[in-house]
Design a protein around this ligand. Structure first.
Ligand code: PLP
Length: 455
């Protein structure tokens, strides 16, 4: 179809997600290869966001993964995981269990990240009913962190720590409280990591006590929080969170929708940070987003009450464990192993970071944080005082200038102000020094222009 026709049809019919629909026609992306995308006018873009932090293998494996999907289509295009099993779901569950740390051995498939988070909270609620014979509505509350994004279905949205996303849909699912995230950049000068950890854990414990520990079933957190800009936890944080969950008999869930499958150089970032969760939610990277599949992975302890004769987890969705999606995820994992993706990320993360760190010479670049292939650059008005931009300034800087200027220059990354303004940089895990240099070059030029624009 001709580009002008597509544009007209998009305007007339396609309702975009999280998009102001009154504006211009959307860019139309028609093809991809490696870390690059091409639009309908033949312009090429370096995708420094890997789709949505999700195309971990990059765009170049369509043939091989498509072949696996084709084979599965011929053999069994669909069957369900309600009561029945089929080979690909079994093989994928076993594969995920073998890659997950500790005894995270039980895998429940869903179609994406929000569904995984939704299923994790439901699982935690039902776990205490099944294990202790508690009545429904006794131990049901959840704790998450401020500004964290966990999805959009009503349960996942309620767990979300971004007020502006929650507000239009209130009243939400009872009851979630949000504690501080691990953003150190605006903490008092001279505070050590250990002191910061103590402050955060004291707040978490106080929150549990205020909510009444007998009523809290879940603590849900990302190993490295994306929204707000790649917040890595300070020393001792995860051991402390684990200890509080044990003390108050609360399940700890690690949201690895982004961090799973290599973004931090491990199959699961819970391993890198020794988080020891009871539950892991995962999606995007499980198939490198070549398929709509996610999973909740649970430990033997969480599964145990559901193994009793008449017991079951009362949850299911038609497409959970879809055989074609499972075949795609299996092929994705096979390719990741063959291509040495974990090793590639671990051996290149320092080079990536130090290349990006050149941007810190710019007056607008305040802080670079993250790990693996997962970074954020915080933009500031004044580097000395770390003063941030006002809401109006952010609107002009991010939406009015940066987003479209970066795109014009051939770089896709996200300018985000769900917390303080940041540029999120999270390329496909096949990126090499050539792409680190290209990203840094374009960002450097555009951020220098942005500084002038704001003064
Ligand atoms: N959890 C985290 C940490 C995410 O980043 C996302 C999506 O970006 C989700 C959950 C929701 O995933 P999905 O968009 O697949 O529903």
């Amino acid at each position: 179809m001709a580009a002008t026709d597509l544009r007209q049809l998009a305007n007339d019919h396609l309702w975009l997600h999280f998009t102001r629909m009154g504006g211009h026609a959307p860019p139309i992306i028609v093809s991809g290869d490696g870390c690059y995308l091409e639009d309908d006018e033949g312009n090429r873009y370096l995708d420094a966001l890997a789709g949505l932090f999700s195309v971990n293998l990059g765009y170049g494996f369509g043939d091989e993964i498509g072949q696996a999907a084709h084979e599965q289509m011929k053999e069994l295009p669909f069957y369900t995981n309600w009561t029945y099993a089929h080979p690909r779901a079994i093989e994928l569950a076993a594969e995920v269990a073998s890659l997950a740390p500790g005894d995270l051995n039980r895998v429940f498939f869903v179609s994406g990240g929000s569904e995984a988070v939704e299923a994790a909270w439901k699982l935690a609620r039902q776990f205490f009913i099944a294990r202790d014979g508690l009545p429904p509505g006794k131990k049901y509350k959840a704790i998450a962190r401020k500004i964290a994004y966990h999805g959009t279905t009503m349960g996942a949205l309620s767990i979300n720590g971004i007020e502006a996303l929650r507000a239009p849909f209130e009243p939400l699912v009872p009851e979630v409280r949000h504690v501080s995230n691990t953003n150190r950049y605006h903490r008092p000068a001279g505070e050590t990591e250990e002191q910061f950890t103590a402050v955060l854990l004291e707040e978490l414990e106080r929150t549990i006590l205020e909510m009444d520990p007998e009523t809290v079933c879940l603590v849900h957190m990302e190993p490295v929080q994306n929204a707000g800009g790649a917040f890595v936890a300070p020393a001792g944080y995860w051991a402390g969170v684990r200890a509080l969950c044990d003390k108050y008999d609360i399940l700890l869930s690690a949201d690895e929708v982004i961090t799973g499958f290599g973004r931090l150089g491990h199959w699961f970032a819970s391993e890198r940070y020794d988080i020891r969760p009871d539950i892991v939610t995962t999606a995007k990277g499980l198939s490198s987003s070549y398929a709509a599949i996610g999973a909740v992975v649970a430990t033997e302890r969480v599964m145990e009450p559901f193994l009793a004769d008449t017991s079951m987890y009362s949850h299911g969705i038609t497409f959970g464990g879809h055989p074609v999606m499972a075949a795609i995820a299996l092929k994705n994992i096979e390719i990741m192993k063959r291509e040495g993706i974990m090793e590639h990320v671990l051996s290149n993360e320092d080079a990536f970071r130090s290349t990006l760190a050149q941007l810190l010479d710019l007056p607008i670049a305040g802080d670079l944080r993250g790990a693996g292939f997962f970074y954020a650059l915080e933009l500031v008005k004044d580097k000395e005082t770390r003063e941030t931009f006002s809401d109006e300034e952010c609107e002009h800087l991010l939406r009015g200038f940066l987003s479209h200027r970066l795109f014009e220059k051939g770089l896709i990354c996200r300018a985000d102000d769900r917390g303080d303004p940041v540029i999120q940089i999270s390329p496909p895990l096949v990126a090499t020094q050539a792409q680190f240099d290209e990203m840094t070059g374009i960002l450097g030029d555009v951020l220098a222009e942005a500084w002038k624009e704001m003064h």
